[in-house]
Design a protein around this ligand. Structure first.
Ligand code: HEC
Ligand code: HEC
Length: 411
């Protein structure tokens, strides 16, 4: 049985002639660009535009509080994800008087992401943010500056006025033309382009330098435990993780990104650390509420079928972060992997409500709970069944995930 949203899309978007392959079947979307990785990526001089992007990325003076930059929530030392274990990051006028409603994702390897589209099997794929609402890295980059929960500027013009005071303002004018600051809409576009160029050019955002990359190059051995973890990760009857987080090199030799950039509904538990969630009528519905034009244009029934879906994140550098899933509900990898395999076999561990009853998939309104994926391993179990991984096998998978951290050097 297929999840409901897949059935909807299947008939509505692509017709009904071929078999729908779950979450991309491990191969990823056909439009996926080639990732390099054969050789260790070399640092190259950044273009002028990307160099400006690097300065902007680290410039806290471009926030209302003067205390927050892109790097505050996307820290190099944590795989360009948040540097702390908060479920959601702080921000706003003072830099800490507001909080977000979603976890800050790692933003590496996104240069290999695609535009949002429905792939040949009808699976939603690509786009930026947990709900794919941004169509490019440049489009994405405009959001945080004026998001009242983040850098909290009043308007793009406000950002540009601050930029005109920055130490690198003259450099900005040299690259984008004298007078650029007098057209704040154009200047803000250039800011977004510069941030995109930085993320696309700087090798820091796609170094392919983990122990696992070295292993794929034949330059490192994985320990026995890591190898076992890799086997469980790949096995369709055990973790089945690679179905959505591909781990193998592409036919063209491209290195795996550990995401197929598709979307799925895992039914992760409600996170009461997000204060909005104290309101029982509040739900973060993910993809169906995305302002991405391709989603917003869908007929109502097809759009609603996407409620509960969030983008599959890359697992590269996953061991360097400490808030997992779109709502940051878990803070360590053992709990994440245990959730995957025990979600359906021991639902009382994850979904107990205040009166001690199991309230499965409680972060979705009842009407959309059927969207949670219950067809693919490791979710395809019933209460009381043996989980797909034992506790020891869970530890093996966690050990394997630790090999995905960039910056590994031979001992
Ligand atoms: C206060 C913390 C915070 C700040 C500051 C911040 N971000 Fe983010 N970033 C987030 C969160 C949270 C998300 C996910 C939001 C969502 O999906 O709705 C995100 C998402 C992203 C994504 C999309 C990732 C993906 O997988 O699609 C990119 C790229 C990104 N941010 C880059 C930036 C840039 C560039 C800046 C500076 C202009 C910035 N961020 C500033 C918290 C932050
Ligand atoms: C059917 C697709 C699918 C399969 C199979 C799958 N994942 Fe995921 N994974 C996702 C999606 C979708 C998310 C984001 C869900 C959300 O936030 O609501 C995710 C998120 C994660 C995260 C959180 C990463 C972060 O930065 O927040 C980890 C860790 C993870 N998966 C590991 C695994 C492991 C280990 C397995 C195998 C036991 C696995 N996944 C199997 C789709 C899948």
């Amino acid at each position: 049985m297929r999840a409901l949203w897949q059935k909807f899309l299947w008939s509505a978007v692509v017709g009904g002639s071929a078999l729908l392959s779950g979450c991309g079947g491990g191969g990823g979307g056909s439009a996926e660009p080639v990732a390099p990785g054969q050789a260790v990526a070399q640092a190259q001089a950044l273009s002028d535009v990307a160099s400006l992007g690097k300065l902007i990325f680290h410039d806290a003076s471009l926030s209302a509080s003067g205390q927050q930059s892109c790097a505050s929530c996307h820290d190099e030392a944590h795989g360009h994800a948040a540097p702390n274990n908060l479920s959601v990051q702080l921000g706003g006028q003072t830099g800490s008087n507001q909080h977000g409603t979603r976890s800050a994702p790692a933003i590496r390897y996104l240069r290999y992401n695609t535009d949002f589209h429905f792939d040949s099997g009808g699976t939603p794929t690509g786009g930026f943010f947990w709900d794919g609402r941004a169509t490019s890295l440049a489009d994405q980059a405009k959001g945080p500056f004026v998001n009242p929960r983040e850098m909290a500027n009043a308007s793009p013009a406000d950002v540009v006025a601050k930029l005109a005071q920055a130490s690198y303002a003259a450099q900005f004018e040299r690259v984008f033309g004298a007078g650029i600051f007098s057209d704040s809409a154009a200047a803000f576009e250039r800011v977004a382009q510069a941030l995109q160029a930085y993320q696309k050019e700087d090798v820091e955002f796609a170094p392919f330098s983990s122990k696992y990359d070295a292993f794929l190059r034949g330059k490192a051995q994985l320990s026995e435990q890591e190898l076992r973890g890799l086997a469980w990760f790949n096995s369709p009857s055990k973790g089945n993780c690679a179905a959505c987080h591909p781990s193998a090199k592409g036919a063209d030799g491209s290195f795996p990104l550990f995401t197929d950039f598709s979307y799925d509904s895992l039914g992760v538990p409600r996170n009461m650390a997000i204060s909005e969630n104290l309101d029982p009528s509040y739900f973060d519905l993910g993809l169906c509420n995305s302002s991405n034009p391709a989603v917003a244009a869908l007929p109502e029934a097809q759009r609603v079928a996407l409620c509960g879906l969030f983008k599959v994140p890359s697992l590269r550098n996953v061991a360097t972060r400490a808030a997992y899933f779109h709502n940051g509900v878990f803070h360590d990898l053992t709990t994440v992997v245990t959730f995957y395999v025990q979600r359906d076999t021991q639902p009382e561990k994850w979904y107990l409500n205040g009166s001690g009853q199991v309230d499965r998939y409680n972060d979705l309104p009842p009407a959309y709970r059927s969207h949670a994926n219950t067809t693919e391993a490791p979710y395809n179990r019933q209460p009381g069944d043996a989980p797909a991984l034992t506790d020891a096998e869970i530890q093996d998978v966690v050990a394997f995930l630790g090999t995905l951290t960039d910056g590994w050097t031979a001992p």
